[in-house]
Write a protein of this length. Structure first.
Ligand code: CU1
Length: 146
């Protein structure tokens, strides 16, 4: 409400005051205002972490979803769901340079239903990870950090 009122006033002021100024500056003003609104929205959305289940509801030995995409600085929360024990293992050569595989990994087995692990991703790139007990069964996942 306040934002759109402000935007209107901005546009009105710009149009009135800058009758002689080329159109470009008006366009830029609008673009700037819209840019502020967009970045505010992105900030609000960054509070939402991606959620990944450890084991599908039907008991499958998978991460679900197997691939999540987040923005830099966001977190992923894994939740123990079925077929445990599970763990979450990142290898140094399967993550971007500068990211810390040891800090991201959760080597301890998750044994309790509903147990969660949350990790924040501060380096852009693609991270592959796996569950140690079920690696042979193909339990692996991917985190893509934009
Ligand atoms: Cu597992």
């Amino acid at each position: 409400m306040m934002k759109s009122a402000m935007m209107k006033r901005n546009v009105a002021t710009t149009m009135k005051a800058n009758a002689n100024v080329p159109k470009v500056s008006f366009v830029r003003k609008v673009a700037q205002t819209a840019g502020v609104a967009a970045s505010t929205l992105a900030l609000a959305l960054s509070a939402q972490a991606a959620d990944v289940k450890l084991g599908s509801d039907s008991g499958g030995l998978v991460f679900e979803p197997a691939t999540v995409t987040i923005n830099k600085g966001e977190s992923v929360t894994w939740k123990n769901n079925a077929g445990f024990p599970h763990n979450i293992m990142f290898d140094e050569d399967e993550i971007p340079a500068g990211a810390n595989a040891d800090a991201l990994s959760n080597e301890d087995y998750l044994n309790a239903p509903g147990e969660t692990v949350t990790r924040k991703f501060d380096v852009s790139g693609t991270y592959s990870y796996y569950c140690e007990p079920h690696q042979g069964a193909g339990m692996q996942g991917k985190v893509i950090v934009k």
